[in-house]
Design a protein around this ligand. Structure first.
Ligand code: ADP
Ligand code: GLC
Length: 480
């Protein structure tokens, strides 16, 4: 099949979270399976500076009509592997910036224009660039305008640009809601600014458009597919999702085992596998050193790698600060984002620098070291569409402690509830329930044979992307 993906992040070129990993791995798996895959990505500074993009070829010069304001852009293309081409939509004014969406806690003020331009430029490229897509697969709000834009453009020009469109919700909490005046920039007919269209409480909601107008809608775990149809998790779009209940499917993300594999991981000081864990001890020693902790500490190391956002349940960890002071254990956090959470974490580090460590940066190598060198990984999310780190943790033999929501509930089995099957520990998204799980973690860690058995089961789990890719392939085929 000829498959076009449209996304705002792609590993290894630009990443703020799991979206990049998921799109990168899915496109790689589809290309390996022999499909012709094209990915459209904004030409951010970070991407253009990447060595793979150095020789990118200029393919097309575009003029995008945004309410009679004609904005120019370039399309550049490079091919990082067989069957895979990356098309960059370039316009310096919009994308030559340090971060994709904003700085610190603040989004860029022109995000509506930036991503409407991005979607319109993709449509222009499909129209003029001879790509003939079987399927156009759009990810999250940044690409959510495409299904309706494509159909409107096809109607206006009497052409077929894509046989089917797919929209994947990676996180319904981020919807791309902007003031109504942004609607004009789309050049879509006024009747689409309506409660059965893109209008949402007098504003424009891009994700709503993706959900309503794509031929098929998917999300990243079966449980989340159910959850987003309820007011508790739907973030105001549960009613809209319900209208697509028959067309929505939850396909679990996987682990890209060319990137996340303790036996091959070049970012680690030592490599290891389930049958030989010596290297894991080496990673632990390196992690302790990196954090400035005593080299001989006996208690477990709890790791956290996360965007500092309400979603990730960081406040439950903060509220349990005394746990880490009272017991022989360590807490290592890699995360940035919300300023207040960052400050609160720094405060805990000041109180007990020999127990708690924070790195408030984006640091790919450190994220691997925490996954490898930790004994437990904490992820008490309030909601979690899929979550990748709890899967990485299991593959790395670092037992995840997760709340029972979304993809976390779909990928972890509690070792106390299921002694023969358990691969981690589960709690509710609350301070008290997390505390109980942390206590149970100490008990489990003290029982070496039991800890080792749970670890072996975790490491034996197969989260490979082939399963997920096969799910998407049959979805594409079925829709066609
Ligand atoms: P989300 O997409 O909601 O942030 P996921 O669990 O799906 O959550 O994916 C998060 C991804 O981002 C993982 O690959 C994780 O390792 C990575 N990540 C998060 N914070 C950092 C950080 N500060 N440095 C490096 N990687 C990070
Ligand atoms: C989103 C979600 C996360 C998911 C990722 C990739 O960022 O928050 O749970 O794993 O997308 O699909």
């Amino acid at each position: 099949m000829k498959i076009v993906h449209v996304a705002s992040e792609l590993f290894p070129y630009v990443k703020t979270g799991g979206l990049a990993d998921a799109v990168g791995a899915l496109c790689g798996a589809l290309a390996d399976n022999g499909h012709e895959v094209a990915v459209f990505l904004p030409g951010y500074r970070a991407v253009l500076e990447h060595k793979d993009a150095a020789g990118a070829e200029r393919r097309l010069r575009l003029k995008v009509d945004m309410a009679n304001d004609f904005l120019s852009g370039d399309v550049r293309v490079f091919s990082p592997r067989k069957n895979l081409r990356v098309f960059l939509i370039c316009r310096e004014e919009f994308f030559d910036r340090r971060a994709p969406y904003g700085t610190g806690d603040r989004d860029y003020e022109d995000n509506a224009d930036r991503f409407i331009f991005f979607c319109k430029a993709v449509v222009e490229m499909l129209r003029l660039g001879d790509l003939q897509a079987d399927v156009v697969h759009c990810h999250d709000w940044q690409a959510a305008l495409l299904p309706i834009l494509l159909r409107e453009t096809e109607r206006r020009h009497s052409v077929t640009l894509a046989l089917k469109t797919i929209f994947t919700i990676h996180n319904i909490a981020y919807q791309g809601v902007f003031p109504a005046k942004a609607f004009a920039r789309t050049n879509l007919p006024d009747e689409l600014f309506h409660m059965d269209g893109l209008e949402y409480y007098s504003q424009i909601n891009l994700m709503k458009g993706g959900i309503l107008f794509a031929d098929r809608v998917t999300t990243v775990s079966p449980r989340y597919a159910q959850e987003i149809q309820t007011p508790e998790f739907g973030c105001g779009l549960d009613g809209v999702v319900q209208t697509r209940a028959d067309d929505i499917v939850g396909l679990l993300n996987g682990v890209d085992n060319s990137v996340w594999n303790p036996a091959l991981d070049a970012l680690l000081p030592a490599r290891y596998s389930a049958s030989n864990l010596a290297g894991k001890a080496g990673c632990r020693a390196e992690l302790l050193k990196r954090c400035g902790f005593a080299p001989d500490c006996k208690g477990p190391v709890f790791g956290v790698v996360a965007r500092l956002a309400e979603q990730k349940g960081i406040d439950f960890i903060l509220a349990n600060r005394d746990f880490f002071f009272e017991h022989d254990c360590r807490l290592v956090v890699l995360g940035s984002g919300n300023r207040r959470m960052e400050e609160d974490l720094r405060e805990i580090v000041r109180m007990a620098p020999q127990r708690v460590y924070l790195s408030a940066q984006l640091d790919e190598a450190m994220s691997h070291l925490i996954e490898a060198g930790g004994d437990f990984f904490i992820m008490p999310s309030v909601f979690e569409p899929c979550g990748l780190n709890q899967m990485y943790s299991q593959v790395y033999g670092t037992l995840p402690i997760v709340s029972r929501v979304g993809g976390l509930a779909d990928t972890v089995i509690d070792a106390d509830e299921s002694p023969l099957l358990g691969t981690g520990l589960m709690c509710d998204p609350s301070t008290a329930s997390l505390r109980d799980a942390l206590q149970r973690a100490l008990t489990l860690y003290a029982d070496k044979p039991r800890y080792a058995a749970v670890q072996q089961r975790a490491m034996a789990r197969d989260f490979s992307w082939q399963v997920a890719a096969a799910g998407y392939e049959s979805l594409y085929q079925d829709s066609l």
